[in-house]
Ligand binder design. Structure first.
Ligand code: IVH
Length: 670
């Protein structure tokens, strides 16, 4: 077979496989046997292997995954990804409907949809080919998870019919209950920890590095919105229906997953129907969404900073069950925080078996007036672990023992402390309490921190127990001979571990800073600090005032950073890490000009041409300084769309000039 014949056959096979994939997964009406489908796929795989230059990234063979994403790239959304305003009351839906009628011309009609409980995704297509899939992130930028989204069978890789050249489609990726339960059953069998709920598992799955694992998980996706500069539709329903024609999985109107109504009665009927029926759906929903259908009316209504005025979500009240409180145990986290956990008589709740519920802190236990053996009400909110929301007092056993919060750490016996104004108890034995030592090291090596390959939580446990490590710096002093003697540690894994440790020396400063595990210093805060101070030495010398001037940093974080850096033990660890060659300085960035030298600039709002981070980078590249809040020392405010009203007010009050994105670009390019 020559190249030309192969190319022709590859195109033909891809087209047929895409078609059968659509019939099977989207339409639920396969016409080809699994065997024939597999044969066809195998033929395509063989051809692509023989002629690798003919294989393309949207080939149906990519559905099985295999590509690895080490780090998900952050990308700016072309259209901001807003959220919905929520209500739990039908009364407020009535008010919303009354309000919007006054703000638009003409009579509205509405589209009622389910509110899928999953992960929002924006997928862009160009010339009918899937281009990129991005998570919501902070609404202005998200993570590029294209490789993983390609494995979701109901997301078309190539479109059919009369689609626009360039558009983005948004929807929700979710874990169908059937597949979620099967996955947990598998995990139970091999003794792995169970996943708490479908939504979080869908979210975690979407961020997995190995797309072949994602492919096996069988995620699904419903689409609910179209975005583009030149779309020819006049309304939402029409647009979604058209997307169905192009091959997308859109909500099924015959099952009332989506419904067009023209009155408040229609809306209420939809709500009542799904309030009952949602329990029989093959996936989780947490409410319904009501949208004004006509785009023109949507535009008249516009959006607030966070959400469109033309849509509202009615959320169902969380499902609640009653079960018995068997015991309260206590967990110690890496920061020493002690969390009480309710151990319950296992019970089904929203598709999962609930055995434990978080009790948060002592106050919570007291507020509930918990007694051992109580019948408690358990609810599943948005969090991973369900919570106890009340006690059935009528069923309290006689002589039941009141739950008393513990005085001593369950792990090391130290007396627990509770700072004034804080709800959490914590174990002060930072340096010697095992879960704290382990937790800090586990955090240090985690993927978003030092990302040390070849080292996992279990190995950390062993290394700590054998007293080979007590802190992060000890990792860099581990020797091959110490490792190979350990149980279950072959030569290869010892080498991998050492190699991973060595490779981590190239991790940039901002992640090293995050890895240190300073209380309240998450990824974003670490990034801000690194950007602002540029090196550990400068950060060490920073005053409290300088710290709180940094964006996202308030007094709580500033105090925590200062107290971490003041501690001699921490200083020693940092010094040792420095001596081992970890990066404690930002890489010097290119200086493009000195046009903004000495200027303090506050960046606020959403920009058109750049993401907020890109704008801030530009400020620095031209010699300016980004500051978080407006003061009399601010030279100007660079304001995008939707700048916060309080900032605007303050800038006006202090007579600080406000520049637009355009003004700014002119200024730096002058
Ligand atoms: S419309 C600008 N429709 O709910 C609003 N969102 O807070 C665009 N969601 O995470 C969203 N089902 O992903 C819309 N039928 C539906 C939805 C839906 C679920 C999610 C969305 C976002 C959240 C909105």
């Amino acid at each position: 077979m020559n190249r030309e014949q192969a190319a022709k056959e590859i195109t033909q096979l891809s087209k047929e496989l895409n078609h059968h994939n659509h019939l099977y997964y989207v339409e639920n009406e396969p016409i080809l046997s699994d065997y024939d489908f597999d044969q066809m796929m195998k033929r395509l795989q063989d051809l692509e292997q023989k002629f690798p230059e003919l294989a393309n990234e949207n080939s149906p063979t990519r559905r099985v995954g295999g590509d690895i994403t080490k780090q998900f790239e952050t990308v700016a959304h072309r259209y901001p990804m807003l959220s919905l305003s929520n209500t739990y009351s039908q009364e407020e839906i009535l008010e919303w409907e009354e309000r919007i009628k006054k703000l638009i011309t003409g009579t509205p009609n509405y589209v009622c949809e389910l509110k899928y409980d999953g992960v929002a995704i924006g997928i862009s297509y160009q010339q009918g080919k899937l281009q990129r899939a991005v998570t919501r992130g902070d609404g202005s930028q998200g993570e590029d998870v294209t490789t993983n989204v390609r494995t979701i069978r109901t997301v078309p890789l190539s479109l059919k019919g009369d689609y626009p050249d360039d558009f983005e489609i948004r929807g929700e990726i979710f874990f169908p209950l059937e597949h979620f339960q099967a996955l947990n059953a598998e995990r139970e069998e091999v003794g792995e920890a169970l996943f708490a709920n479908p939504r979080n598992t869908a979210s975690g799955t979407l961020k997995m590095q190995d797309s072949s694992v994602v492919a096996k998980r069988k995620l699904d996706c419903y689409l609910y919105g179209l975005y583009g500069d030149h779309l020819s539709f006049t309304g939402h329903y029409e647009a979604v229906s058209a997307a169905g024609e192009w091959g997308f999985k859109i909500p099924d109107a015959s099952k009332r997953y989506i419904e067009r109504v023209d009155s408040i009665e229609g809306i209420m009927d939809f709500i009542s129907y799904w309030d009952q029926e949602r329990r029989n759906l093959p996936f989780e929903v947490d409410g319904v969404v009501i949208k004004v259908n006509q785009y023109e009316q949507q535009n008249q209504l516009g959006t607030t900073a966070k959400s469109p005025r033309w849509a509202i979500a009615y959320k169902f009240k969380a499902e609640r069950v009653e079960t018995r409180l068997n015991e309260v145990t206590y967990q110690v986290g890496r920061t020493g925080a002690v969390t009480p956990v309710a151990n319950l008589e296992p019970i089904q709740l929203g598709g999962t078996t609930v055995k434990r519920a978080s009790l948060h802190n002592q106050d919570q236990i007291e507020k509930l007036d918990l007694h051992l053996g109580d019948r408690v009400y358990v609810e599943k909110g948005g969090e991973i672990i369900p919570k106890i929301v009340g006690v059935n007092n009528d069923k309290r056993e006689k002589g039941a023992v009141k739950v008393e919060f513990i005085d001593a750490c369950p792990e090391c016996g130290s007396e627990l402390l509770r700072k004034e104004g804080e709800a959490q108890h914590f174990c002060p034995n930072e340096k010697a309490c095992p879960p704290q030592i382990k937790g800090r090291i586990e955090h240090f090596i985690s993927r978003k921190a030092m990302d040390i390959d070849g080292l996992g939580a279990e190995t950390v446990d062993v290394l700590v127990e054998k007293e080979l490590i007590r802190d992060a710096a000890d990792l860099y002093e581990l020797q091959f001979d110490q490792l190979v003697d350990l149980e279950r540690m072959a030569e290869k894994s010892a080498n991998n571990l050492l190699q991973g440790v060595k490779a981590s020396k190239n991790i940039p400063f901002e992640r090293v800073l995050f890895a240190l595990g300073i209380r309240f210093v998450g990824e974003t805060v670490a990034k801000q600090l690194a950007r602002r101070f540029r090196s550990m030495d400068k950060l060490k010398n920073a005053s409290y005032e300088e710290l709180i001037e940094t964006e996202e940093i308030g007094d709580k974080i500033a105090e925590s950073v200062m107290s971490y850096l003041k501690d001699e033990g921490n200083q020693l660890i940092v010094e040792r890490l420095q001596a081992h060659g970890l990066r404690f300085e930002m890489e010097e960035q290119e200086q493009k000009s000195d046009r903004l030298n000495g200027k303090s600039i506050v960046v606020s709002g959403v920009f058109e041409q750049f993401s907020r981070d890109e704008i801030k980078k530009l400020v620095e590249e031209h010699g300016g300084k980004n500051v978080g809040s407006i003061s009399s020392k601010t030279d100007f405010v660079l304001a995008g769309d939707k700048m916060g009203p309080s900032k605007l007010e303050k800038a006006n009050k202090l007579n600080i000039p406000i520049l637009s994105e355009e003004d700014f670009i002119k200024m730096i390019n002058e």
